[in-house]
Design a protein around this ligand. Structure first.
Ligand code: ZN
Length: 183
């Protein structure tokens, strides 16, 4: 269960607007302090150099993206055998996921497509990352960057939305690409 599930269950049904604001503030405080156990994994602990049960946990974390505060769900590992100064670490995979989560939180706040939504558009047309980038006349690595780390700006986001809604636009782009190949 992720933190968001817990939060959803707790929201009361009828509230005045001022109550909602107060409730949200309180919730933010709780989420910042609350830590959730996802599962236990037996692994070699990089903190104490022993093989033992490590707790995989999640919490709401805050980061700054493009000068703005962003709240997102972060996962990390916790070692019960280490002292308070250094009892947490992240695996490479967790680090990538945490970065992706924070960027997707920023995207949602700015009504930009999330990385998953970009993957879904690409899948819709059965195109590889390079092919979709070429189709749109972008650098070959552009789509790969948007699906992993970089946040697209509004103009690029609009292009992606156009081809999502309008398969005719994709056909036209394909046609143009074929014509260009012939010359
Ligand atoms: Zn340990």
């Amino acid at each position: 269960m992720c933190i968001m599930d817990v939060i959803t269950i707790k929201i009361p049904v009828r509230l005045e607007k001022k109550d909602v604001m107060a409730f949200l503030e309180e919730l933010k405080g709780l989420a910042m302090n609350g830590e959730n156990l996802i599962r236990q994994i037996k692994m070699e602990c990089p903190l104490c150099d022993k093989v033992h049960e490590i707790e995989e946990r999640a919490r709401i974390a805050k980061t700054i993206i493009k000068g703005e505060e962003v709240y997102y769900e972060e996962t990390y590992c916790f070692c019960q055998d280490s002292d308070e100064d250094e009892n947490e670490f992240v695996t490479g995979k967790m680090e990538n996921n945490n970065l992706l989560n924070s960027r997707n939180a920023y995207r949602k706040a700015h009504s930009l497509l999330t990385s998953d939504q970009i993957v879904a558009i690409r899948d819709m047309y059965g195109l590889s990352q390079v092919d979709l980038a070429k189709l749109l006349g972008w650098g070959e690595a552009t789509i790969s960057r948007y699906e992993s780390k970089a946040i697209q700006d509004e103009a690029y986001d609009n292009m992606l939305r156009i081809i999502k809604e309008n398969s005719l636009a994709v056909l036209e782009l394909l046609q143009k690409m074929r014509t260009n190949l012939r010359h």
